[in-house]
Ligand binder design. Structure first.
Ligand code: ADP
Ligand code: MG
Length: 161
């Protein structure tokens, strides 16, 4: 299979990262899965906060590290997972993860690299990297499957926002 085309963005503040997420939110539909990858402090939760704003989620987003998942009502329901502390896939099976991943909401998973096989063939990977400058981040969108390639191309055409 050819390597999917990835698109790199650079942001220079938490606000810019949230703006990127906000724009992405306008392209999202029920059942979409976003896998956020990258190290601690790279900006994943910050991104989810922007996403939530774009989905008109009213509640404040905090990291679900200890609960594995938090659910928020919005334009579409938002399922925010953080699998940093996940020890075995069984924990997600027990939670009924499929009911979230393949349902009518938007699933976003921090530390998605840990559970890649659960996503199926169609998902958007978003990779976060710190750069030399303190507030600079590289955010790479890696579409998995045609559905995501099309969406990402549309988003990129709007850049800079
Ligand atoms: P993660 O969820 O990946 O562990 P967080 O989003 O919780 O990371 O934390 C990112 C930290 O980096 C926050 O304190 C945020 O204010 C800071 N930060 C600085 N610059 C940026 C940027 N360009 N994008 C996102 N976060 C940034
Ligand atoms: Mg986080």
């Amino acid at each position: 299979m050819p390597r999917p085309k990835a698109f790199k963005f650079t942001t220079n503040s938490p606000n810019q990262t949230q703006k990127l997420a906000l724009e992405l939110a306008s392209f999202l539909s029920a059942g979409d899965i976003l896998a956020l990858t990258g190290d601690l402090g790279a900006g994943k939760t910050c991104f989810v906060q922007g996403l939530a704003r774009g989905l008109s989620v009213k509640k404040k987003i905090t990291s679900p590290t200890f609960n594995l998942i938090k659910e928020y009502p919005g334009r579409l329901p938002l399922y925010h997972f953080d699998v940093y502390r996940l020890k075995s896939l069984d924990e997600l099976v027990d939670l009924g993860y499929e009911e979230y991943f393949f349902s009518r909401g938007i699933t976003v998973v921090e530390w998605g690299e840990k559970i890649r096989p659960l996503f199926g063939a169609s998902y958007l990977e978003i990779n976060f990297k710190r750069k030399l400058k303190e507030n600079e981040r590289q955010i790479k969108l890696i579409p998995r499957g045609k559905y995501w390639q099309k969406k990402v191309v549309k988003l990129v055409k709007k850049w800079p926002f």
